[in-house]
Ligand binder design. Structure first.
Ligand SMILES: C[C@H](O)[C@H](O)[C@H]1CNC2=NC(N)=NC(=O)C2=N1
Length: 102
């Protein structure tokens, strides 16, 4: 798959399908709150596993009961591509399975 930077319109259209995600500082980002610090750590590890599977890696921060991630595609100079939205979709499903809080 040839990767190309998405236009602002394409990013906006895809973000409309991903509540909670935002485009800021040239990255897609989202944060999640969980019921405990251990639950947050478990989600972070599971995200790391998916990122290795996809060979696409976000910046990933474990906080107190929280996980934050932001991602763009290094190989196209730090633009947002379909790969970033692919990762976001996988992480979103994972987060729901881990019982994230609204
Ligand atoms: C060699 C390996 O496929 C590349 O370095 C991958 C790994 N993970 C990556 N992650 C992100 N976010 N962008 C990339 O371009 C990227 N490239």
């Amino acid at each position: 798959m040839a990767l190309a930077p998405l236009s602002q319109q394409e990013i906006d259209d895809r973000l409309a399908e991903l509540p909670g995600w935002e485009f800021r500082d040239d990255k897609l980002s989202r944060s999640y709150r969980l019921g405990s610090h251990f639950a947050a750590a478990a989600l972070a590890v599971h995200i790391a596993q998916v990122q290795d599977e996809l060979d696409h890696h976000s910046d990933l921060t474990l906080g107190y009961n929280s996980v934050k991630l932001s991602v763009n595609t290094h190989s196209v100079g730090g633009a947002v591509t379909e790969k970033d939205f692919g990762l976001a979709g996988r992480v979103e499903a994972l987060a729901k399975a881990h019982g994230v809080r609204a």
